[in-house]
Design a protein around this ligand. Structure first.
Ligand code: ARG
Ligand code: ASP
Length: 672
């Protein structure tokens, strides 16, 4: 085949995989570009209803919750709903042996029982604006990537400080889109007096635990309630008993009238990070090297925790939150790997890159990019593996990290520390590091210490049996200094070059698509800024002969009920309500709806995001994705990628019937 025929052939393959509807996390201020498609799929509002700089719009009801999750206003008195797992730290903060709010739940029965949280903030987006010209003022092509970075940082700082001067609680942040082809400034109003209003017991809010995490069918009542407080002028203010509930520009009305498969859905929130436009080598590294290694290391850690947690309730309580943290990514990476392999993404990207390279021939801007990627990635791979082991092995034993600190968190640390777990972890992980990392990249201190002690086990005895803070600190410092001074600078400089190449490649992919008339519209990768994803309620077929329905109900909770299994121990109150069938206005077809899935493209950070219907009313609260679709951070499959949402009616049912906090419903607007 000649080049032209190869190209035509590859383009015809690509045309079979156009960007399918439902993929994408769209920039709210540009949503006009998608509104026709959205309305064709059932949406009934305008672009201005979603995002407006002139008047209030739905975006004014949404917050970035503590920097990592999303939350939304559900009353004109500052009432906020987010996930239980997003409010977990606050619930834990207020918990003690006498008041175990994690275990038993917490409900303020009146305003002055709402609990302030010292470390909690929520940010409302005031506006976003393209500042590319200002950010790149003074840039010239001859600059190195490092000089460019410095210029961008300096210009951004000026933009930010000019804006932040303007008002109380105003915070600005400049973020790159499309690998720095574009820059936006995001301007927020930040509130720090945010109080805990309610949380169900973990046996509802975390029902299914790690067993059901990342999976469908799901029955988790993953929500908690907070209230935003402001000063007398409705402006942000530090906690004060004189503060009053914040009156938001907008809050969501709740649609409790029922939903059906096929209904339009929109998720409006703060997705954290995706990598949809990376090359075949990058995906190959993730699916075939990095994920398998990191999974192996975490499997070891989880195994050690499990064996000790099984033996003692005290240890189980100490380590349950840590175990959940380690297990969350561990489980996600497995689904992601599997999804990438199933989608044949490495091969598909390789074919695409071949076609791109042919197209790029003779175009000075793009010619040779693919070859350069290959070169840079092959240099970066070994270093990336060292980085992965630095974080997942060397730095994983907690005692080391603690010893390296100033000891001020000592009481907190020892409260949840069980030496046999940490020592066994040290031994297992250091042996893996020793075995898997090439000698030339291995910390010389590590080699020397192990040789001197005789073995990793003996070194562990020296550190742990003597509780030697000084040796632990020395170990942590020496291995990190080696990494930071020897490995990291080389990796950073390669990544800088790779990023610069991606900036070109991103433009190239757009030009390539435009010239070939594929009609593909490119959304920027997630970067913890506000985005819109739209789709519909839909089941999926995860395996041969299996098809999942999109709704789960209280029946499923009772089917899973088992007092002997911690994750499935239904609270007695819920059992009683179930037995009496006292479902009140939340009843549907003889039961209560609990969760649903939809085709919205979401990622970490979208937890707590409002799931809206075609009229912009709240039907659910996003909290997870299905395991078979977790590759959506890298490649989206419309057949398998589903977000999981709590049906808002289950939250209302729990507030009303389980918590007897029905008074909270009075401040909501519930459409039935
Ligand atoms: N998988 C969800 C997310 O990535 C929920 C995690 C919290 N729940 C848990 N059982 N670990 O955040
Ligand atoms: N559970 C995730 C979160 O906490 C959401 C996801 O990754 O789908 O943001």
């Amino acid at each position: 085949m000649n080049i032209k025929r190869v190209l035509l052939f590859l383009i015809s393959i690509m045309a079979l995989h156009p960007l399918r509807a439902d993929e994408g996390m769209w920039v709210p201020s540009y949503i006009q570009q998608k509104i026709e498609d959205m309305r064709g799929k059932g949406f009934r509002l305008s672009a201005e209803d979603l995002y407006s700089i002139n008047s209030s719009s739905l975006k004014d009801a949404i917050v970035h919750f503590n920097g990592g999750c999303t939350g939304e206003m559900i009353s004109d008195e500052g009432l906020l709903i987010t996930n239980h797992h997003c409010g977990y730290d606050q619930i834990q903060y207020h918990s003690s042996v006498e008041h175990d709010y994690l275990k038993d739940g917490f409900w303020a029965m009146k305003r002055d029982e709402e609990l302030p949280n010292p470390d909690l903030y929520v940010a409302f987006l005031e506006y976003m604006e393209d500042v590319t010209k200002k950010v790149l003022a003074g840039y010239s092509e001859s600059m190195s990537e490092e000089q460019r970075e410095k210029l961008v940082a300096d210009n951004s700082r000026r933009i930010v400080s000019r804006i932040e001067r303007k008002g109380k609680g105003i915070k600005a942040r400049v973020a790159p889109l499309y690998y720095g082809n574009q820059y936006f400034v995001y301007v927020y109003k930040v509130f720090t007096d945010v109080r805990l209003v309610g949380a169900p017991p973990s046996s509802i809010g975390k029902f299914g635990g790690d067993t059901d995490n990342w999976m469908w069918p799901r029955h988790t009542g993953d929500f908690s309630l907070f209230r935003v407080y402001a000063d007398r002028n409705n402006e942000p203010a530090p906690y004060s008993p004189d503060n009053v509930p914040y009156r938001p520009k907008r809050f969501f009305k709740i649609n409790a009238s029922g939903i059906s498969e096929g209904d339009f859905t929109l998720v409006y929130g703060y997705p954290g990070r995706t990598s949809e436009y990376v090359t075949s080598q990058a995906v190959d590294y993730i699916a075939n090297v990095s994920n398998p290694k990191k999974i192996k290391l975490r499997t070891i850690r989880l195994g050690i925790m499990d064996s000790q947690m099984e033996r003692s309730d005290a240890v189980r309580i100490q380590y349950s939150s840590k175990h959940a943290d380690v297990a969350n990514s561990w489980k996600k990476w497995q689904g992601e790997m599997k999804g990438i392999l199933k989608m044949n993404t490495v091969e598909n990207k390789r074919n695409y890159e071949k076609a791109f390279a042919v197209w790029a021939k003779g175009k000075p801007e793009y010619d040779g990019i693919i070859g350069k990627f290959a070169d840079l990635y092959s240099q970066a791979e070994a270093l990336s593996l060292v980085r992965d082991y630095q974080y997942e092995a060397l730095n994983a034993p907690e005692f080391l990290f603690f010893a390296a600190g100033d000891g001020s968190d000592s009481a907190l640390f020892y409260k949840n520390y069980y030496k046999p777990i940490d020592k066994a972890t040290f031994i297992a992980l250091m042996n893996e590091y020793d075995k898997d990392i090439d000698d030339s990249y291995k910390s010389p201190y590590f080699k020397e210490k192990v040789a001197k002690a005789g073995s990793v086990e003996k070194l562990a005895d020296e550190i742990y049996d003597n509780d030697s803070l000084s040796l632990a600190r020395e170990f942590y410092m020496a291995t990190n200094t080696f990494y930071n001074s020897t490995v990291k600078p080389r990796l950073d400089s390669l990544n800088r070059e790779i990023n610069m190449l991606y900036r070109k490649y991103m433009r190239g992919q757009m030009d390539f698509a435009r010239e070939n008339g594929t009609g593909k519209v490119f959304y920027p990768d997630a970067n913890s800024t506000l985005r819109i994803a739209y789709g519909r309620i839909e089941g999926y077929a995860p395996a041969d002969a299996v098809r999942y329905k999109p709704f789960s109900t209280l029946e499923g909770i009772m089917e899973k009920d088992n007092p002997a299994i911690f994750d499935y121990n239904v609270p007695q109150k819920l059992r009683e309500i179930y037995a009496s069938r006292d479902f009140g206005r939340w009843e549907e077809n003889g039961t209560v709806p609990v969760c649903f899935i939809a085709t919205n493209h979401t990622t970490g950070g979208n937890s707590g995001s409002p799931v809206l219907d075609a009229d912009g009313n709240l039907i659910g609260v996003n909290f997870d994705r299905v395991w078979e679709g977790t590759m959506s951070d890298i490649v989206f499959d419309p057949d398998l990628c589903r977000n999981i949402a709590l049906d808002i009616r289950y939250a209302l049912f729990v507030i009303d019937k389980v918590a007897d906090a029905g008074y909270l419903l009075n401040e909501m607007v519930i459409l039935e």
